[in-house]
Ligand binder design. Structure first.
Ligand SMILES: [Fe+2]
Length: 333
């Protein structure tokens, strides 16, 4: 008898212990700090599983309704487009999220919301490159840049989402011209992440690279002196300032279809866009806050103000599959 009472009270305490389970593809110190802060503020325990965005989407698909995941966090709007299409997310109605996250940076039906932004800029070697020849993404195809351009693989979401935005704003022909022209100007076959392109500029392998802003921020503030040295020689060009604006991608959050702790999960989503959380994202990870009440870090502010692409991100990601095809046809790896 005693034993069964003990078992019952144990069960009750499990039921009462509020927790949420997050599948996250983000790999930053800022996130661990945010989980802890949320736990301290709410008493809701955060369990996080980490893997790549694509792997987590597959995991959610395979697990179906039995998945323990409540939330899916990843970088790149393209991942959210895929996850929504695969049916592993559910729509969220939240006045807080709708008020804070600008409409262009969230799904029109509430399936995902941005928590931070990063601009896909063009970095150049300040030691020896004249930036005046690059005003738009399309200028990367100029013959003057032959053998000088560095960019990571076309399979990287950051590049497919950029190309999707070119399709959305300039059309298929312009996008395919861009894919072919940039490929023709590469200093080497696409490899490594964005930071590796910066290192290659430093080493003199090329002079111009396509990069996300926060990687430069991270390098400038890195505990490794060699990273700081690399980042210091980089100049930043915000493309398309006289027309559609620079392509901005996001990190975001979504409620999973299988979520069993919906209320607390939505609490976490709202927490992530609160000024307190946004300050951490902006301060440690050098991302642009999605909450306009919060300023970017000084490092990022020093790059200057710029015009963001006015095309809603949820619209341009619909061109993702077309972008993949265009990269394939151009022979990008
Ligand atoms: Fe990244």
């Amino acid at each position: 008898m005693k034993k069964s009472i003990l078992a019952l009270s144990l069960l009750a305490s499990f039921a009462l212990a509020a927790e949420i389970n997050i599948y996250s593809a983000r790999h930053y110190d800022a996130d661990t700090q945010l989980y802890k802060l949320f736990e301290a503020k709410t008493g809701i325990k955060v369990n996080a599983t980490q893997a790549k965005g694509g792997e987590l989407i597959k995991k959610l698909e395979v697990e179906g309704d039995s998945s323990v995941a409540d939330l899916f966090i990843t970088a790149d709007a393209g991942n959210f487009y895929t996850a929504k299409k695969k049916g592993v997310l559910q729509s969220v109605k939240s006045q807080t999220l709708e008020k804070i996250v600008p409409a262009q940076y969230r799904d029109a039906e509430g399936y995902w919301f941005a928590i931070s932004k990063r601009a896909r800029i063009i970095a150049y070697d300040k030691r020896n490159f004249d930036p005046s020849i690059i005003k738009n993404y399309q200028d990367l195809t100029k013959p003057e840049l032959k053998g000088k351009l560095l960019i990571r693989s076309a399979t990287a979401g950051y590049n497919t989402s950029l190309l999707a935005s070119i399709i959305e704003s300039e059309g298929v022909d312009a996008a395919s011209k861009w894919a072919k022209g940039t490929l023709a100007n590469l200093a080497r076959d696409p490899k490594g992440g964005d930071r590796d392109q910066a290192k290659a500029i430093f080493a003199g392998e090329g002079q111009v690279a396509v990069m996300n802003t926060y990687y430069i921020g991270l390098m400038l503030n890195s505990p490794k002196p060699e990273d700081v040295e690399v980042a210091k020689i980089l100049g930043v060009i915000f493309p398309n300032q006289d027309n559609r604006g620079t392509h901005v991608n996001i990190s975001g959050i979504a409620l999973t279809k299988a979520s069993k702790n919906k209320e607390n999960a939505i609490k976490f989503m709202e927490f992530m866009v609160s000024p307190e959380a946004q300050k951490i994202l902006a301060g440690i990870n050098y991302e642009y806050p999605v909450n306009t009440a919060v300023e970017p870090s000084d490092t990022i502010k020093a790059f200057g103000k710029f015009k963001e692409d006015s095309t809603p991100l949820y619209k341009s990601v619909e061109k993702i599959s077309e972008a993949v095809k265009i990269f394939d046809m151009a022979g990008w790896k």
